[in-house]
Write a protein that binds this ligand. Structure first.
Ligand SMILES: [Zn+2]
Length: 300
């Protein structure tokens, strides 16, 4: 399944962007050039996260100047997203099952609202115009997306890009999804923190090296299968593990990407606010005709 390409330069409106995580709910207003303006965050409560999110969004909109009022809303979170009913259904981040989030946000804000996996949003935010890219997002869980010739690929159920559940170690531990050796066990924040009982930024160096090796295995397999030579890796785990992670990835990849058509494989690590992705995926949906932005407020 594919969608038409985007034309972000033709979208001068602002976007209300929201991201849901294990340790944060964050909301903000993102401008046409991707700059994040007014923003706020809270620690999600263990019960009724929607109530906390509604208050957060209210605060952000109240603090937003009239001339910066958003015209659409993009909400990201750990996939998969059940697009037909507008819910998140993650195996890692709980509390949103059965919450009709797209409808609730749209009713609370009056804005056309898009739900997306953080991985899809990351891929869309970093794809070159009309170009191709594999996006890997290392957040609470490992997620991703594929943009081919400017089109975000969805898959039969819209779940394409769940790279966290690629098998990278046949002898590995069992993942919450039920299979052994998934990439998420080695490069997802929730998995790493549960294994070591500490923040990702404080895991042992050998664990960082192992994460780089497993990422390289995943990248080499994806690039070989898909014939896409540009991979962008982002998310808080990339930021936390830093240069050691990317060095380990590069060293392993040199051993694995010997196919002729992978000689031009380029992997880039980015540091990017998660709200940039949420805004990008909402703009993508506008550009593809999925939603219409509400008219911007004009000066009286
Ligand atoms: Zn898994």
């Amino acid at each position: 399944m594919a969608e038409p390409s985007t034309e972000p330069s033709e979208q001068p409106f602002n976007v209300l962007a929201v991201d849901l995580g294990v340790r944060h709910l964050v909301a903000g207003v993102v401008g046409p050039d991707g700059e994040v303006g007014v923003r706020d965050r809270v620690v999600p409560p263990t019960r009724q996260p929607w109530v906390a999110l509604a208050r957060l969004v209210d605060r952000v909109l109240a603090a937003t100047p009239p001339e910066s009022r958003p015209s659409v809303c993009g909400v990201t979170g750990p996939g998969p997203v059940l697009a037909d009913i507008g819910e998140f259904r993650s195996v890692t981040v709980h509390g949103w099952e059965g919450v009709p989030l797209r409808r609730l946000v749209a009713e609370a804000t009056g804005l056309p609202t898009v739900l997306s996996s953080t991985g899809h949003a990351h891929a869309v935010a970093n794809a070159p115009e009309r170009g191709s890219l594999i996006g890997l997002y290392l957040g609470d869980q490992v997620d991703g997306g594929i943009v081919r010739d400017g089109r975000l690929l969805g898959g039969a159920n819209g779940h394409l890009g769940g790279f966290g559940h690629m098998l990278v170690d046949p002898d590995g531990a069992v993942c919450p999804c039920g299979s052994p050796g998934c990439l998420d066990l080695y490069a997802g924040a929730v998995s790493l923190e549960s294994q070591f009982g500490r923040e990702v930024s404080r895991v042992p160096e050998t664990t960082i090296d192992r994460a780089g090796i497993m990422l390289a295995r995943a990248c080499a397999s994806l690039a070989a299968m898909l014939d896409i030579h540009r991979i962008v890796i982002g998310g808080p785990v990339v930021t936390a593990l830093g240069r050691r992670l990317t060095d380990a990835l590069s060293a392993e990849l040199d051993q694995r990407s010997r196919l002729v058509h992978l000689e031009e494989l380029h992997i880039r690590a980015v540091r990017q606010h998660v709200l940039v992705g949420a805004a990008a995926v909402a703009r993508h949906r506008v550009a593809t005709g999925g939603i219409d932005p509400v008219p911007a407020m004009t000066p009286s």
